[in-house]
Design a protein around this ligand. Structure first.
Ligand code: SF4
Length: 333
């Protein structure tokens, strides 16, 4: 692979083959070539978003042991971290959402565990919607059951959803990959814009499977793509597989940016950090309440970041942050 040709192809917004994507991922993270890929990817990220990064903020409407048993998730029954179920009161959810809005989050996500009752989810959603400015964007982060009645999410005031075909879906989770694909299609058909990314990446994932997932995200016209590394949940079997470095994640974020079409303006990274921003991430996440990567019930007391903390991370890499509703989820050019 000639890197100059790759950069030239990127500058011409050319399409990358699977072999090229695999070759880019196979470069050593700490190499001149990878830093060149990161530099080109950062240039694209700044160009497509007008040098305005976005901060999206998520609250949890519930906390419950989840029978879908994704091995990387602290809610999975099999991981035995959380044993009781709690629901965030609608007024409390509205208060958390208003705080995010006041802090300047560009989109507010309401997350539920996969089997949480859709009726209750919609009730909490309506309360939150009523308490936010009409222009504030609400994004749902919900299970596949919700895709059956995706129109109800639209009616409750959602503009988009977060949904991903996860790495080794159906192997490390109890959800078949086809189900995830059907859900993404159903959400889109209902008029919801889908945000997605390559997740949750661990050291065992090969370059071929990463390349396949990057190309998949590129194919579905999402609001954003990007990459998230797996956070080991202490005491779980999967924690023994370890974690990739921030630099490796930054490399994958950068390769994703090169491959995904320019019409996709967002490139996320999770969990937040300055190294992935250097690798071209222009979307990071703030969180409160339950979090599938945390063993604390309130992630704001654990792994979760606040909106101001994320803004500071972007400032460190000399990114401005967007004021107002998300451009990544905005419809049209
Ligand atoms: S990732 Fe979602 S579906 Fe999987 S166990 Fe956690 S809450 Fe359930």
């Amino acid at each position: 692979m000639d890197l100059d040709d790759i950069i030239k192809k990127s500058r011409n917004a050319g399409q990358f083959s699977r072999e090229e994507v695999v070759a880019l991922l196979a470069l050593p993270p700490n190499s001149l070539e990878t830093y060149m890929v990161m530099a080109e990817a950062s240039r694209i990220s700044r160009e497509v978003s007008g040098n305005r990064a976005e901060i999206h903020a998520q609250l949890a409407v519930n906390l419950a042991p989840c029978p879908k048993d994704c091995l990387f998730c602290s809610f999975a029954v099999v991981n035995n971290i959380f044993r009781t179920a709690t629901i965030t009161a609608p007024e409390e959810a509205a208060k958390q959402a208003r705080q995010f809005e006041e802090d300047g989050a560009n989109a507010i996500y309401l997350m539920a565990t996969a089997t949480f009752d859709p009726g209750q989810y919609l009730e909490i959603s309506r309360e939150v919607r009523q308490n936010l400015h009409p222009e504030t964007m609400m994004i749902a982060n919900v299970g596949d059951e919700y895709a059956v009645n995706a129109q109800a999410l639209v009616a409750a005031g959602y503009q988009g959803v977060y949904h991903a075909l996860r790495l080794r879906e159906g192997v490390d989770t109890k959800i078949g990959p086809d189900r995830r694909l059907e859900s993404i299609k159903a959400f889109q058909e209902a008029g919801l814009t889908v945000g997605t990314c390559v997740e949750p990446i661990g050291p065992e994932h090969g370059n071929e499977e990463l390349a396949d997932l990057i190309l998949f995200t590129a194919s579905i016209a999402p609001a954003f793509s990007g990459a998230a590394r797996r956070i080991p949940i202490p005491g779980t079997a999967m924690a023994q597989r370890g974690m990739i470095s921030e630099l490796r994640m930054a490399q994958i974020v950068a390769v994703t940016r090169l491959v995904v079409p320019r019409s996709v303006k967002g490139n996320c990274s999770h969990e937040p950090g300055t190294v992935p921003i250097l690798g071209s991430a222009n979307l990071l996440w703030a969180e409160v309440g339950a979090n599938p990567r945390d063993i604390r019930e309130k992630t704001e007391e654990g792994r979760g970041h606040s909106v101001p903390a994320i803004r500071q991370l972007f400032r460190e890499i000399e990114w401005e942050t967007l004021d107002g509703p998300s451009c990544f989820f905005a419809k049209g050019p």
